[in-house]
Design a protein around this ligand. Structure first.
Ligand SMILES: NC(=O)C1=CN([C@@H]2O[C@H](COP(=O)(O)OP(=O)(O)OC[C@H]3O[C@@H](n4cnc5c(N)ncnc54)[C@H](OP(=O)(O)O)[C@@H]3O)[C@@H](O)[C@H]2O)C=CC1
Ligand SMILES: CC(C)=CCC[C@@H](C)[C@H]1CC[C@H]2C3=CC=C4C[C@@H](O)CC[C@]4(C)[C@H]3CC[C@]12C
Length: 301
């Protein structure tokens, strides 16, 4: 565990250099036609110059986002639990709950990974500092803070809190997966399916590709996708709160920093994704927004 700081320091330096390499590669030897410069060196470094870079046949964003970042996250959670066992001779209930919830969440990600390939991280965000440094360094350090904090926390939270946080956390995970699943299922069935016992309500949204070809997508307006346009962010946040609250409320800020960061990220993401969909679907997106007027929290936002 003490080597983790050394590992992160090396990763920070290597990743900064790697992002520079990606930036130059995108200008001099791009993999696909989807590349370009903004005219501002700093912005190019931050945002990247290529959407889908490949090096030696390896898709860089799949590697950084899915293979490296999330695998190191899972390994760190397991290693921190083991370290707490080594230090205290047992894994306290809070550490076990946070480790179980985070590992199940990551297992869910890999189960659903194909769905991730249709999100703005992959479709819109270029391979630059934001995404690549973020997944190579920020995820292994910041996303794992709760477990790291728990290593030196030998106090148990007690059976009632353990049951409540585990139960609510698992329910949140299930709802988050369920809503991701509803969207994928609606697309796979071309809108011909039942959701919550009724035929799904869908909008057949037309859009044009860059080459002018016309395509159509199904926009689901049933189930969780009728409650709000990003309802699944609520269980994502409540799950995070459950795996952080094992640290208690003893004036600790560190374990709640990921929850605070994620709240801001998802709030901002709801605007970014709305803009992406409005640009893509135009009047069909407006039609969907009329049916489902709230971004995340019904009647509030
Ligand atoms: N822990 C973390 O750091 C984060 C976790 N997440 C989690 O990742 C998962 C994915 O979230 P996110 O990346 O924001 O993407 P979403 O799952 O919200 O997917 C957005 C895309 O889905 C399509 N879409 C939007 N509305 C509909 C609809 N009504 N019916 C059908 N398709 C629709 C659009 O793409 P198209 O072009 O295909 O139409 C849109 O761009 C979630 O579970 C979220 O909680 C997300 C962000 C950060
Ligand atoms: C401060 C800084 C440079 C931020 C970088 C942010 C990125 C590391 C994150 C932005 C979006 C994040 C993710 C989106 C969706 C995901 C699906 C989820 O099920 C697992 C986590 C993740 C892949 C997550 C990972 C970090 C980001 C790419």
């Amino acid at each position: 565990m003490y080597d983790y700081g050394d590992f992160l320091a090396s990763m920070i330096l290597l990743s900064l250099a790697f992002c520079l390499l990606l930036c130059v590669k995108g200008v001099l030897a791009p993999t696909s036609t989807d590349h370009g410069r903004s005219g501002n060196y700093l912005f190019d470094y931050y945002w990247g110059t290529e959407l889908y870079p490949r090096i030696c046949g390896i898709d860089i964003k799949v590697f950084t986002n899915c293979r490296f970042g999330l695998t190191v996250w899972a390994l760190a959670v397991a290693v921190f639990a083991l370290k707490s066992y080594e230090l205290h001779g047992r894994v306290v209930d809070g550490m076990a709950v946070t480790a179980a919830l985070q590992l199940l969440y990551l297992t869910k990600f890999f189960w659903w990974e194909a769905g991730y390939y249709r999100t703005i991280d992959i479709i819109t965000d270029r391979a630059g500092f934001y995404i690549c440094w973020g997944c190579l360094c920020f995820v292994p350090s910041f996303y794992t803070l709760v477990s790291l904090f728990m290593v030196r926390q030998p106090e148990p939270v007690g059976p009632a809190w353990t049951a409540a946080l585990l139960g609510f956390g698992l329910a949140s995970l299930a709802v988050n997966y369920w809503s991701d699943w509803q969207k994928q299922a609606a697309r796979a069935a071309d809108g011909q399916l039942n959701i919550w016992g009724r035929p799904a309500r869908v909008i057949r949204a037309k859009y044009s590709l860059e080459n002018g070809q016309e395509r159509q997508s199904v926009l689901l307006a049933s189930g969780f996708w009728a409650v709000s346009r990003h309802f699944h962010y609520i269980p994502e946040l409540s799950l995070t709160l459950c795996w952080s609250a094992v640290c208690g409320t003893g004036c600790h800020i560190i374990p709640y920093m990921y929850f605070a960061f994620l709240s801001v990220l998802l709030f901002h993401r709801s605007f970014r994704d709305d803009k992406k969909c409005r640009d893509k679907y135009g009047k069909y997106w407006s039609e969907y927004c009329k049916l489902v007027p709230y971004k995340i929290v019904p009647f509030l936002f």
